[in-house]
Ligand binder design. Sequence first.
Ligand SMILES: NC(=O)c1ccc[n+]([C@@H]2O[C@H](COP(=O)([O-])OP(=O)(O)OC[C@H]3O[C@@H](n4cnc5c(N)ncnc54)[C@H](O)[C@@H]3O)[C@@H](O)[C@H]2O)c1
Length: 359
Amino acid sequence: MTPREVRVSLPGRAYSVWVGADLLGRAHELIPLPEGAEIAAVVADANAAALHAERLESGLAAWGVRVERFVLPPGEGSKTLATIEALLRWLAATGAHRGDLVVALGGGVAGDIAGLAAALYARGVALAQVPTTVVGQVDAAIGGKCGVNLPEGKNLAGAFHQPVAVLADTSTLATLPDADFAAGLAEVVKHGLIDDGGILGMLEEGAVAIRSRDREVLGDLIARAAAVKARVVEADETERGARAFLNYGHTLAHALETLGGYRTWRHGEAVAVGMMFAAYLAPALGLADRVAAHARALEALDLPTGGASAPYEEIYALWMRDKKYRRGMRFVVLEDLGRPRLASGIADAHLRAAYEAVR
Ligand SMILES: NC(=O)c1ccc[n+]([C@@H]2O[C@H](COP(=O)([O-])OP(=O)(O)OC[C@H]3O[C@@H](n4cnc5c(N)ncnc54)[C@H](O)[C@@H]3O)[C@@H](O)[C@H]2O)c1
């Protein structure tokens, strides 16, 4: 089966996102090997490594290069500078040089860590992203943003380092736990809402096939959602404008996650509720009422449309403590489906009413 190709057309650094089933073993066909490369250094989180690294590595070995593997403990806790140092030192110990290739295997966490190490090692080595989560395939692996957390905040140490290719093998999604798979689809809904209404139709009509992880239906959906990210990155590579629209639903989501101590909500579930909040906000600002369209898409995938339990005062206090919001609260809202924009100076009564609607 020919994989679907989504191009990310950045001047001088264009690359392809390949989407389809059973692509890992074809890595040598789909990833351009840097000239003179002798080592492919796979950086994988332990879960993705156990399930998928062997197939990827046999695909890479077909080039005739030496394939090495660095395994990360799974989870956000690995996104530290200490991990980056360990990874850089491991690259040095393997004898990697500037012409070699780093290959990230796993979700957004592995991609962010491997990306930053690739940006730093020998002042930058080539990077291929092989995402194995929905979030990775439609968002994190595309666009070159990478980074780790500091005790002072999430993603505070990072870089932009575009990959030479992204391999989104939809077969790898079969091994994701159900709840993680569903939560990842919230980002697909988001891409449908902010840019491509066709995705919403695919989600509703194909809900059963998607939930049963039909590889072909998933391939069409992931390619379509990846194309939204590609377009946003092309328009705004370094996040000065349109890329902010990817934060649709995230202002409330981050507050819910923080107040829940990162245990109550999966990120995607919090984003689902955050998008409902934004949907309720829109008509209060004189914009189109698309609450029903939001609810239909999220419910088709069994994603939450409400259930926030924290009092509004706690949410608001949290926003006010955050420098980003104190300088002026800005929310991504939709003028209509596919037409996001930033709104600031929203009356507290509107914020409160929209929040009460998702409780
Ligand atoms: N760079 C960007 O533009 C960008 C965009 C969005 C998110 N992110 C980052 O991505 C991270 C979230 O990514 P995520 O949701 O993919 O989480 P993740 O990378 O933590 O992966 C989620 C879980 O799934 C496991 N896993 C991965 N692939 C698997 C598979 N095929 N089968 C079974 N288990 C598998 C992982 O080990 C992990 O336990 C956050 O750190 C976020 O900051 C970055």
